[in-house]
Design a protein around this ligand. Structure first.
Ligand SMILES: NC(=O)c1ccc[n+]([C@@H]2O[C@H](COP(=O)([O-])OP(=O)(O)OC[C@H]3O[C@@H](n4cnc5c(N)ncnc54)[C@H](OP(=O)(O)O)[C@@H]3O)[C@@H](O)[C@H]2O)c1
Length: 167
């Protein structure tokens, strides 16, 4: 995690995403696949934790999430009941840090890109099979990350990446 928040207990900041091996994550503002096991895994990880979402992803996943745990980054969305809206990622991160829970960034592409420098870990589900779509996880320096864990599932492979020390 960035040193920007020196003096407070370090909390893990985790990118959580499902993608194909060529980094496809979305199609027409939806997921390109429907894989219940993977989606339930996502919901189980974020349960009770803090989730930061871009406005478009919030429109997709919001109904499945506990609004009280969601921090939405948007300049166009006005605050609504029990949903916290922030004009930029930095403001959302400040709030997330104050809540004292693990911080998950759940996309989409735009927000993943802004969040990458702050992430300690990435929980990536590599979806098996061929899919088409229009939205991709942003490019990142693979050398900055090492694999901590891999679990093979029938329809996806789950990989935990940890940022290499000193990166
Ligand atoms: N496979 C997965 O795990 C996964 C996860 C999430 C999403 N997705 C897919 O990704 C696609 C959506 O991604 P996306 O990149 O188009 O949209 P997004 O990142 O979800 O939302 C974009 C919007 O969020 C706000 N925003 C994001 N980053 C910001 C920043 N750093 N500062 C200020 N505002 C920021 C802006 O809202 P305003 O315009 O309101 O200012 C921006 O227009 C969909 O297809 C979705 O299905 C896939």
């Amino acid at each position: 995690m960035s040193n920007r928040f020196d003096g407070k207990r370090e909390l893990e900041s985790i990118i959580i995403a499902a993608m194909t091996r060529n980094r496809l994550i979305g199609n027409g503002n939806k997921l390109p696949w429907q894989i219940e096991e993977e989606y339930h895994q996502f919901l189980a990880f974020i349960k009770g934790q803090t989730v930061i979402l871009g406005r478009k992803s919030f429109e997709i996943f919001g109904p499945d999430l506990s609004a009280g745990n969601c921090l939405v980054v948007s300049r166009s969305l006005s605050a609504r009941e029990r949903v916290n809206v922030f004009p930029d990622l930095n403001a959302a991160l400040m709030e997330a840090r104050s809540l004292g829970r693990t911080i998950y960034c759940a996309g989409g592409a735009l927000l993943y890109g802004s969040f990458l420098p702050f992430a300690d870990k990435m929980y990536i589900s590599y979806i098996k099979g061929d899919f088409t779509g229009d939205t991709f996880f942003p490019p990142y320096r693979h050398l900055d990350w090492e694999i901590e864990k891999m679990i093979d599932h029938e329809k996806y492979e789950f990989v935990v990446y940890r940022r290499r020390r000193g990166k």
